[in-house]
Design a protein around this ligand. Structure first.
Ligand code: SAM
Ligand code: DTB
Ligand code: SF4
Length: 357
């Protein structure tokens, strides 16, 4: 293990080229930025849409090979981080995200609730830690954070979870700079705020906020020194170009989001996407592999939608460079694989939990 880490460090000084074949033609995408802070020339922020399109469309074996090479250079390929989600405030959200069972615009089986009590959240986090989770993510069905009693309670939740020695992530909707700073001071590791899809397709999925609202929140998070967790969803009915467009937005952020959740739509009855056709799992795999190549140092998280995937499709996601999964039988409001099934799956793939850094 130590030898492996040492060789990864040694490799970081080398020049890197991403190559692959597209319809029989070899492509070579060379590094253009020399930034000592990036530590490695494979980390770049200048990707063009055309380059991303070419990477995404490669024959699958080429795509997986390149993704796996980069994955091994930056991460331990046989370890995955266990994360646990908790919805600390469920339902009744004023936003109209077409995929979301928690939006007040749609009639779903989700029951609205107020903010969970502090002790309940802390106990849940302790249990998650005892089950192997090293990152705890609290989600709230809010359009934006509002100063006041609930936010003070969330700050205390962050302090308590950080005190358990876990990475703490929050996903609370939009926030401003002073709220981001207060979360940082409370010990927040990461803030999750997804771009979800391409700028062109965004308006067909969400009308109550726009892309620049999202980017403003992400800038506030970054400015406060909290790491950024930002990704999106596939299976919304978007085109391949929209998937490329989402990845283009993510990989041009400098620095890259440290955490990139890739969700597959969990289609929920009552939402406008309640009858969406199931996603081809290889699209999910391509998305993960392309994210891994574009943002090699980031954690790429196999997020919502895993329950609908076969064990073999999940295995391909890990080969493609995913290095995190959500454990526990529930995501926020929708089901996740049963813990016993997950344990069997991880054992059969020979994957081990990633310890805290
Ligand atoms: N309200 C906050 C927000 O939207 O930023 C936080 C919670 S929201 C549930 C977090 C993310 O979960 C969304 O941005 C979306 O990417 C993902 N998500 C929500 N519903 C989903 C679904 N049905 N299937 C897949 N991903 C979903
Ligand atoms: C993310 O990108 N996926 C997680 C987390 N960030 C907050 C949420 C998935 C939610 C799936 C739908 C649900 O369970 O309500
Ligand atoms: Fe609200 Fe977040 Fe759901 Fe959109 S994704 S409706 S903002 S909880």
């Amino acid at each position: 293990m130590l030898g492996q880490l040492a060789s990864v460090q040694a490799n970081r000084g080398t020049n890197y080229f991403v190559s692959g074949a597209i319809r029989g033609r070899r492509i070579q995408l060379s590094e253009t930025r020399t930034d000592v802070s990036a530590k490695h020339s494979a980390v770049r922020y200048t990707w063009t849409r055309e380059e991303i399109r070419q990477i995404y469309r490669q024959p699958l074996p080429d795509l997986l090979f390149t993704a796996q090479q980069l994955h091994r250079e930056f991460h331990d390929p046989n370890r995955v981080q266990f994360c646990r989600l908790l919805s600390i405030k469920t339902g009744g959200c004023p936003e109209d995200c077409a995929y979301c069972p928690q939006s007040a615009h749609y009639s779903t089986e989700v029951t609205r609730g107020g903010l969970l009590p502090l002790d309940e959240v802390t106990e849940f986090a302790e249990r998650a830690r005892s089950e192997g989770a090293t990152r705890f993510c609290m989600g709230a069905a809010w359009r934006q954070v509002q100063d006041g009693e609930d936010f003070e309670t969330v700050l205390e939740m962050v302090r308590r979870v950080a005190g358990l020695g876990m990475e703490v992530c929050c996903s609370l909707g939009m926030l401003d700079e002073s709220q981001a700073e207060r979360l940082a001071a409370a010990g927040l590791t990461a803030y999750n705020h997804n771009l979800d899809t391409s700028p062109e397709f965004y308006g067909q999925i969400i009308t109550t906020r726009n892309y620049s609202d999202r980017l403003r929140t992400l800038a506030a998070v970054r400015k406060a020194g909290v790491t950024v967790c930002c990704g999106g969803i596939v299976g919304l009915g978007e085109s391949e170009e929209d998937r490329v467009g989402l990845l283009h937005q993510l990989c041009r952020m400098d620095p890259h989001p440290e955490s990139v959740p890739i969700n597959a739509l969990v289609s929920v009855s009552g939402t406008p996407l309640g009858h969406q056709a199931p996603l081809d799992p290889l699209i999910f795999v391509r998305m993960i592999a392309t994210a891994r190549i574009l943002m090699p140092a980031s954690m790429v998280r196999l997020s919502a939608g895993r329950k609908a995937l076969s064990r073999e499709a999940v295995a391909l996601c890990f080969v493609a460079g995913a290095n995190s999964l959500f454990i526990g039988e529930k995501l926020l409001t929708t089901p996740n694989p049963e813990p016993d099934d997950d344990a069997a799956m991880l054992h059969s793939l020979g994957l081990e939990p990633l310890p805290l850094r």
